[in-house]
Ligand binder design. Structure first.
Ligand code: FE2
Ligand code: FE2
Length: 470
């Protein structure tokens, strides 16, 4: 178990005090981070007292310490899961050899790119969500938003630590760039498309935390397998925090569904126009939001057939999520048959790992849908929510730009374009959802379009004043 030295400027369990050069470099980056937070983090609310959890160590007691804090004073720290003695590489051509405590020269630029790409998503999501506080459906939800935001900030710290500690001057330059790119910026956008999509309503936030943070979970899980041990340990600890982000998405969408069903029962109809008139999100609109965010997140796994993912696996840089559940960890003999627009194609399994990850991700996404559909069934309605086909609306890979329906059927382009607004939110759908977004800040009160949560945070009641506005 590793302790934390809170007398230092940067809370950490990496013995920062023992490496003055690294400590100074990070202390130099810290004010830039705070400046970024104040400029690009949650708009307003910087002086609000927020009930937040902070990681003070990586063991069960310390990783979630709750207290009231103003966000700019949050103790962003550097925490790695404890080192496992004798850990060996769990996959690829160097399987069974000791893991690396330093970056091997031949993998330096690839590892740096993996870390920068992961790191870029963390501040990107904070930027995407920065205006949502103004339309929060409750103080409970506002607090959850800010919890996610400060933790994404901490994940940025985690990646910046790796860049500074293991990649020398290029690493320091990359760390500055992570604060210079901005979500949706015309000149310097974030690296991945999904992280440039604006999130201007809470339905989108719940979809984002359900689908896109779950992609994050899968990326972190595959990097947690890495032979580069500091990266593995960093990601293993980030996963503990990530679970809450997906909880916010899953329960958020469940609460939206619950409220919609209450309204449908009250008015005795599932007519979308009447549901909307009664102030709730109709189920067809919810389905469109699911289609949009799921398809957008599927692109994050990359092309179905990828020589990069093959090399990353063979070299031990990036494994499959939960690598130990598989039998074959080398994959030099296996193939996989994939459906591509031209027909079936059989490729070496090593080259199809993005698709393997995407498939297991989609299975994980099904869990929430099953739950929400049970709610709908119990309420006596026949609508069922579904995930779109992994070929729908893709912009990367074999199915990029193909006119495919959410059910996975190929159409002609004209029909597809005419029908697209039936499958993803149209301008008027978005305008309707925006019209519901009204700030509710009375403790315990909820906006009319969402049901209250089943319980509060850390055993506190739902009515607790989770954010004290001044
Ligand atoms: Fe994150
Ligand atoms: Fe997250």
């Amino acid at each position: 178990m590793s302790g934390v030295n809170y007398s230092e400027k940067i809370p950490n369990n990496v013995n920062l005090v023992g490496d003055r050069t690294l400590q100074r470099a990070l202390e130099h980056w810290q004010p830039h981070f705070i400046e970024w937070w104040k400029g690009m983090g949650p708009s307003d609310f910087q002086s609000a007292d927020v009930y937040l959890r902070t990681a003070t160590s990586v063991d069960a007691q310390g990783w979630a310490t709750y207290g009231t804090v103003k966000m700019p004073d949050y103790r962003w720290g550097i925490f790695l899961a404890d080192q496992q003695a004798g850990r060996t590489i769990g996959f690829g051509d160097q399987m069974g050899q000791p893991v690396w405590q330093q970056v091997p020269g031949e993998y330096r630029s690839t590892l740096r790119r993996l870390i920068v790409t992961q790191g870029d998503t963390e501040p990107a999501s904070v930027e995407q969500q920065r205006l949502l506080g103004h339309t929060c459906p409750s103080l409970y939800d506002l607090r959850n938003l800010f919890q996610i935001n400060v933790e994404e900030g901490r994940h940025l710290w985690a990646m910046v630590y790796l860049l500074h500690a293991y990649f020398g001057r290029d690493g320091r330059e990359e760390a500055e760039e992570l604060l210079a790119r901005h979500s949706g910026d015309a000149d310097k956008p974030r690296i991945l498309t999904t992280f440039n999509e604006p999130i201007s309503d809470w339905l989108s936030l719940f979809c984002f935390t359900y689908f896109t943070d779950r992609d994050g979970k899968y990326q972190l899980k595959s990097l947690a397998e890495s032979a580069f041990d500091p990266l593995s340990r960093t990601c293993r600890f980030m996963l503990t925090e990530e679970a809450h982000h997906m909880f916010v998405g899953e329960t958020g969408l469940g609460r939206v569904t619950k409220r919609t069903l209450e309204v449908m029962k009250e008015i005795g109809s599932d007519d979308p126009a009447r549901v909307r008139a009664a102030g709730a999100v109709d189920l067809p609109t919810l389905q469109k939001y699911l289609n949009f965010w799921c398809s957008s997140s599927l692109d994050l796994f990359g092309s179905e057939i990828s020589s990069n993912s093959a090399a990353n696996f063979a070299n031990g840089l990036k494994g499959r999520p939960d690598e130990s559940q598989y039998e074959d960890h080398v994959l030099r003999e296996k193939t996989l048959t994939l459906a591509v627009p031209a027909g079936d194609e059989t490729v070496p399994m090593l080259n199809a790992l993005n698709e393997v990850m995407r498939e297991s991700y989609l299975k994980d996404c099904e869990i929430g849908l099953k739950r929400w559909n049970r709610q709908i069934e119990r309420a006596g309605f026949s609508t069922r929510l579904t995930l779109p086909s992994s070929r729908f609306r893709r912009t990367i890979g074999a199915w990029a730009g193909q006119p495919v329906t959410p059910e996975g059927k190929l159409l002609d382009k004209t029909t597809y374009e005419k029908q697209l607004h039936e499958w993803i939110p149209s301008e008027s759908d978005r305008a309707f959802v925006h019209s519901l977004m009204r700030k509710v800040t009375e403790p315990g009160k909820m906006a009319a379009w969402i049901a209250p949560p089943e319980r509060g945070i850390n055993n506190l009641p739902v009515e607790y004043e989770y954010v004290k506005l001044h």
